[in-house]
Design a protein around this ligand. Sequence first.
Ligand code: LLP
Length: 436
Amino acid sequence: MSDTAPNTTESAGIRRQFAGIDLQELAKRHGTPLYAYDASVIRQRCADLCDWDTVRFAQKACSNLAILDLVRREGVLVDAVSHGEIARALAAGYSTKGSSEGQDNLPAADPIVYTADIFDHESLDAVVQHGIHVNCGSADMLEQLAQRVPGANVTLRVNPGFGHGHSQKTNTGGEGSKHGIWHEAIPDVLQRAEWAGLAVTGLHMHIGSGADLNHLAAVAESLEKTARDIGRSLTTISAGGGLPVPYQKGEHRADLSEYFKLWDATRKRLEDSFGHRIRLEIEPGRYLTAEAGILVTEVRAVKRQGSKKYLLVDAGFHTLARPVLYGSYHPMSLCPTSTTPPHELEAVAIGGPLCESGDIFTQEEGGFVSTRDLPPARVGDLLVIEVAGAYGFVMASNYNSKPFPAEVLIDDGTSRLVRARQTAEELFSGESVPQG
Ligand code: LLP
């Protein structure tokens, strides 16, 4: 397993293949923009986390049914934040009842857990209908659940009073975040749970996405303290997600063995105090799929604006929103139509087709346009945006009435279409013009 940022280029700034498939052929077959995922990378990332009793995929990162099916076959369970995500998990073959077969004396794990700060009506209905375990991020959820499922077991998602993320917008802890039950409110909330007749069997903390391991490690101590306040009813603890991945050259994949040891020791101390086994969960989204995915786009225009050169491609922030939302950096490379050796690299800004100036892939937080060094590109070349397998397709929109792109999964040298490109007609299906 490599521990450095993916080496995405075959020579500087050039990539001609992905997962053993010729990119020009892939684009010819499926069109662009196109998300492509490498199944073997996802399997490897699942295997990295095999020490944990439960790996629960935060499917919001990449929820195509084929991806859910793939991780399910790797023994990974799933998190859902909406009735739509519950429906996806069921459609991908997840069952509603857990088992702990082969895991000595551990309490059974729920295959699907609904984690949110509210129930909308549809989600509450889905939870009740399918008997889904709930991880409550607000005390109001407890009473709403108790009315429909008296005596249910619940998990509490606790905000420990601190958080961290790659952007302020992905920090889910502290007073600046709406997420979780405030740590100081736990005694009060436990009383409300008791009055409602619910048993608190799980405790969960997730302080943010793309956090660093030092911040994540601080969660273990805080969780242990809250676990002792809850007491012996606890059978499962969850470290949440947030594991960082390398996006930039020179960034290293985090060493997760120490992180696991820290959490395992926390779990063991709690087991000693409570006198029974505790299941230890981790809930990654990005870690499982980010590096497995690319976004393939086609260069449609090359132009100069004063001293700045722009490549305009057929994907925009409706296809990949991370740069415009967070100023996120994604590695990029060019797949030229010509086979002549690449020239020297040149600095280019890269934008999309949308009628909006913020539609730029090379931007920093605050919207400042930056550039990327790439070989000179021509119309018809492919621009490959890398490490795009998490929070890529799932955050796509139909802005400017642009259809959703297609998705393909590549496994063992074979590419399969796992989501057809949306058609123009599908864009407005469900709309109607009032008659009369
Ligand atoms: N668990 C909970 C309760 C979460 O809210 C999240 C992410 C995760 C797990 C998974 O976090 P991960 O392991 O992927 O960091 N759109 C943003 C990320 C938003 C994350 C939302 N919650 C981005 O593109 O960076």
